[in-house]
Structures are given as structure tokens and as C-alpha cells.
Design a protein around this ligand. Sequence first.
Ligand code: PMP
Length: 290
Amino acid sequence: ANAITAKIWFDGQLIDADSPRAPLTTHAMHYGSGVFEGIRSYATVDGGAAVFRLPEHLARMRAGADLLGIDFDIAQATSATLAVLRANRHRDAYIRPLTWCGTGSIGLDVAPLSKHLMVATFAIGVHLAGGRVKLGVSSWRRNPATSLPPLKLCGAYVNSILAKHEAMARGFDEALFVDAQGDVVECTGANVFMVRDDRVVAVDHPDALPGITRDSLIALTGAQSRTVSLEELRDADEVFVCGTAAEVTPIDSLDGRTYADSDVGREAARLYRRVVTGADARYRDWLTDV
Ligand code: PMP
């Protein structure tokens, strides 16, 4: 289970996790006007701890903040992240930065609103069910990139919440978004890979979040990035999904049709674990020491 942190970084200070109270008129609570990240730190093989691909996560957060007119200082967010990890003595942790529109108006123009930044860390758990995951095709469409860009904008995640809720109610662990043309998009919080004829394929779709784990696994496995239809995915030899929290998670079945044991996925998971824990010197520059 996730253990709540003792300290949270909030607008320049480390404070007790249970002490801050956002006003009930907080704009982000009413309209979803915020942007967040999901980042991992790992205990490393040298006895320390490191954050995985921190600059890439904060660059993506900055892209979302820019769209919302929120000034986002990457250097400040970097030092806040390291400070809260140290304060909580967390090594294997899930890191949650959030920047959001606060108070000053109840209208939709964000210019007059106060802007805030927090960073929390959680001793690690996983989002997806442990072991192999049962996937179901969602009846919901993913937010089209032309309406909501695939960034970690708070309000956009209502789309994922609806799909997750439906999937659970139907007895699945996770939802698969498919577009109107029948092409695979992504899951609610993870990108999709498949193996066909011994080739690893990373599902590419304009409405999917450009995942940092996905990018890392493409580098590690030499996967080809391309459009994949639902039909192809159904007939794949194996399927796995990936994300910062999910890491590399093998898929047991899609709408009840079972896949073979995920050998390639398991090997990808092993390579990924070596990289994030600093055991693979070739990728040491993906780690920011805590
Ligand atoms: N898609 C969605 C919708 C997500 O929320 C996430 C998690 N951030 C991912 C994919 C995976 O992205 P990443 O590997 O950067 O965590």
C-alpha cells in the first residue's frame, strides 16, 4: 500500500503532509486547471537513490503548464523533488508534483488566479493490479489530441477515470482505448506494446501520452513504433503495457481472450529494472541522484 509522506513541498516550503488546506474555491478543483506528473525514484545498486528521467518528466509538465499560463520553473521543481525525497527518507518512491490554478476568480480566464506548486512522495506501491492484467476494450474514446493535448492536464484525467470505472465494473483490471478507426490508443495510465512474429512493436497514436517509459523501452528493446489496429493487437503473441507506475506489466487477456506467457515482456521488465536501479552503466545519465 502507498504510505503517505510525512512532508510535502508546497510553494517553497516543506510542510507536514496533513497540514495544508486548499480553499474550497480553488479553481483547479472546480475546473481541473492544473498539470501533474508521475515520477519514480529507485534505490540504486550503489546504495543510494535516484530519480528516473526527471528532466524529461519536468519538461512534459512544463509543456502542460505553458498551455495553462502557469509559470513553471524546472530548476525549482527539481530541487523541490530532491528536497522532499530527502526529508521523507524515501528511496523507492512515487513522486507527484502538481501545479495548479488557485483562487482570485471563479471565471475561466486563468490570468487573475494564484498559481501553486506542490511535490509529494509516496513510499512505493503499484497502480495496476500485481501480476498479469485483464484488459477490456473501453466504450469510451480517448480525448482527441485536437481537443485536449496528450499531456498530464488534471481535467483530462476524467476521461481515464471514466474508462477505469467502466473496466472495473465489467470485471477487468484496466481499460484499452481504441479510436473510431479501430486503432489502439493506450490504456488509462500506460502505453501499449505487442510482440508479433518475434518483433516488438510500440503502439503509436497521436491521442496517446508520449510516455517516458515507452521511450525508454524503445531504446532498450529496439521496438518499432507504429500504428496498431485492435485486430492486430488481438492476434498478437504477447502484449504488455508500460508507464512510470505500471513499469512493465504483462497483459493476461483482452476481452477475455488470453495471451501467451509474456517472455519478451518479462525480459523488457528485467532490462528496465536494471536501468532504473543504476545497474546498467550505459543509461546512468537517465538517473538524477537524490
Ligand atoms: N498514458 C497515460 C494516459 C498516462 O497517464 C501515463 C502515465 N504517465 C502513461 C501513458 C505512461 O507515461 P510515462 O511512461 O511517462 O509514465
